[in-house]
Each structure stands twice: as structure tokens, then as C-alpha cells.
Write a protein that binds this ligand. Structure first.
Ligand code: GH3
Ligand code: MG
Ligand code: MG
Ligand code: MG
Ligand code: MG
Length: 312
């Protein structure tokens, strides 16, 4: 027999659960040698639709992390056979920072040094057993919020607002580290839309923005998956090729140039056409600046020779 109140309470719970759809993709690893503690934490988490993985000690926790790459949170006890929680925490931190994996230490001890040890070794938070479910949920979801906020800020810092492409900052950061450990001479191309100022002058800045977005989308589709691409600024783009197939890449750039020249871009009832010039260089160097300068020299020649062409 279901009372009106219990039905209301149930409906309320259902709505609460529906408001937490994010949890459905978040896997939490519960590490504790006590079967009862694991069971309790698991019941809390399942109620909020988290995915679960379990481990009985630090060693099996590391195995679970290998097996499930969707684990975002690790809740770990300290005192366990084989490997304790503090050691597990420091081992996880050798590979992953808080952006990748949130670690929450738990322990039944009233020794304050345990919480200090957890935090010193890279845990994000600590909970004393036994804990109230409300506090438990808050700690887990607040740490996840933090993780998500950092990811958002990082995404924003690395991408260009107008086109969504990686920005100059990201390009230099990635190119620097790629060129530092390069095993072969990388090919780099600079691209610049021809007479772009005229697009703005003739059709307005908004039309210019639409052209930039359209060209960027095509650029990203053709090169973004396999190579490092960016909008360096204005109507200038760059791609650093991650493979050694120089001739194939050149052919791809030629194909891109051709496709851009055939684009019919729809801007408030008008159809716009643009062309793009491309400079390509191959240089065994560790300096992103230097390789871009060389590509820019080729780009300059492409402009000099009449635009809408690829110069190597
Ligand atoms: P060239 O063929 O020699 O490259 O000529 P250009 O007109 O493309 O080159 P120029 O450097 O003279 O002009 C680039 C223009 O790009 C000027 C600037 O107003 C415009 N621009 C830069 N960023 C943006 C943007 O985000 N949106 C729009 N609409 N225009 C932009
Ligand atoms: Mg224990
Ligand atoms: Mg330019
Ligand atoms: Mg220019
Ligand atoms: Mg230009």
C-alpha cells in the first residue's frame, strides 16, 4: 500500500536523481579491505547513479585503474594489506593529477597524521569513517565540480573563441614539446586567407566572421584529427604535421586550398568566395618560432606569386 506522502517522497527522489545525469558517466573506484565499508559506499554511490569499480587493496586498485580508464574518482581507505591508501595515492599521482583523477582518502583512525599524509601525497580530500551520507555526497560532487571547472578553464584557455580551433598559445605549447622530442623533421604549414580585409570592407565584419568559421571548420575536419592545428590569429592558421608522409601532406594541403577556393559561403543571402595561400617548410629544428618563420617566408612567396597557391 503506497501512501500519498511516500509517493511524493519517491517522486522527489526521482527528480533529484534526474538532476544528476552527469554521474552516469562517472566511474568511482572504491578501495577498502573491509567488505562492509565497500558495500556501504557502493550503496550510496549507486543511488546517485555513479558507475562503480572495487578493489581490496592498493595493488588491486592500480590494476582496476589499468582496466577502467573512465575512473574519475578514487575513494581509498588507508590501512590495507599489500599497499596502503597513502602509498596508493602517491603512486596514482606519478601518472595522474587531480584534473584526471580525484582522490579522497578515508580512514577510521583518529590519528590526524593520516589525513595530513593523504593530503601531502596528493589526495584532494579526506573523510573520517564513519561519515554521514550527506557529507559524503557533498565531498564527492564538490571535488567533481572542481575537476570539471578546471577542465572548462583549460579548454577555454587553449581554444579560440570565434572558431573553436586550438589557439596560438596551445599551438606553441604543444609544438614546443613535440619538436623537443622529435624523431624526424616535421613539416609545418602557415595558411593565410587572401585579401581578407576586402571581405570585411565589402560585406562587413560579421560576414568576415562567418568566412573564418567556415574555413576553420573545413581546416579542422581535414587536419585536426591527425595533426596539430591552430588559428594563430586574424585570418592566419598553422598546421604542424605529426607524421613523416611529406608528400601526402602536401597533396592534402593542395586539396584544402582547392576546396577553399570552391567554397560558396552563405552570408545573409549573399554568396562569398575566398582563396587561401599556403607556405610549407620542413626543418629539423626544436624552435617553433624558427619553423613558423620559415613557413611564413614561403607564404610570403605564395602571396607574391599571385595568391591561391601552395609554396614549399
Ligand atoms: P593578404 O592577401 O595579403 O593576406 O591580404 P589580407 O587583406 O588578407 O591581409 P591583411 O593583413 O591586410 O588583413 C587581414 C584582415 O583580417 C584585417 C582584419 O581586420 C581582419 N581580421 C582579423 N581578425 C578578424 C576577425 O576575427 N574577424 C574578422 N571579421 N576580421 C578579422
Ligand atoms: Mg582498512
Ligand atoms: Mg594575415
Ligand atoms: Mg597580410
Ligand atoms: Mg590575408
Amino acid at each position: 500500500y503506497i501512501t500519498k506522502e511516500s509517493r511524493q517522497a519517491y517522486t522527489y527522489l526521482e527528480t533529484q536523481l534526474k538532476r544528476l545525469p552527469r554521474n552516469e558517466n562517472v566511474r568511482v573506484l572504491i578501495v577498502d579491505d573491509s567488505r562492509n565499508t565497500r558495500k556501504l559506499i557502493k550503496s550510496y554511490l549507486l543511488r546517485h547513479k555513479y558507475l562503480i569499480a572495487e578493489a581490496v587493496d592498493g595493488v588491486s586498485a592500480l590494476e582496476q585503474l589499468e582496466q577502467f580508464d573512465d575512473i574519475k574518482v578514487i575513494i581509498t581507505d588507508n590501512e590495507m594489506p599489500n599497499m596502503n591508501g597513502v602509498t596508493l595515492t602517491s603512486k596514482i599521482r606519478e601518472k595522474f593529477n587531480s584534473e584526471d583523477k580525484v582522490i579522497i582518502g578515508i580512514s577510521g583512525t583518529d590519528d590526524n597524521r593520516v589525513s595530513a599524509n593523504f593530503l601531502k601525497n596528493g589526495a584532494d580530500d579526506y573523510l573520517r569513517k564513519p561519515f554521514y551520507p550527506e557529507e559524503f555526497y557533498c565531498r564527492v560532487s564538490q571535488n567533481l565540480d572542481m575537476q570539471e571547472n578546471i577542465a572548462t578553464i583549460r579548454r577555454q584557455a587553449n581554444s579560440d573563441y570565434l572558431t573553436g580551433l586550438p589557439n596560438r598559445r596551445y599551438f606553441f605549447e604543444q609544438a614546443n614539446s613535440l619538436l623537443k622530442r622529435q624523431k624526424f623533421a616535421h613539416q609545418v604549414a602557415m595558411l593565410d586567407i587572401d585579401h581578407f580585409k576586402a571581405v570585411n570592407d565589402n560585406y562587413g565584419h560579421d560576414a568576415g566572421d562567418i568566412v573564418l568559421k567556415e574555413v576553420s571548420r573545413l581546416f579542422d575536419t581535414m587536419f585536426g584529427k591527425d595533426h596539430l592545428v591552430a588559428r594563430l590569429g586574424g585570418e592566419e592558421f598553422a598546421v604542424l604535421f605529426k607524421d613523416e608522409n611529406h608528400e601526402d601532406n602536401q597533396a592534402l594541403l593542395e586539396q584544402f586550398r582547392e576546396t577553399v577556393s570552391q567554397l560558396q559561403i552563405d552570408c545573409a543571402g549573399k554568396t562569398l568566395c575566398v582563396t587561401i595561400s599556403i607556405g610549407v617548410t620542413v626543418k629539423d629544428t626544436q624552435s617553433t618560432d624558427e619553423v613558423l618563420k620559415l613557413a611564413d617566408l614561403c607564404l610570403y612567396q605564395a602571396k607574391e606569386q599571385g595568391r591561391n597557391r601552395v609554396i614549399v
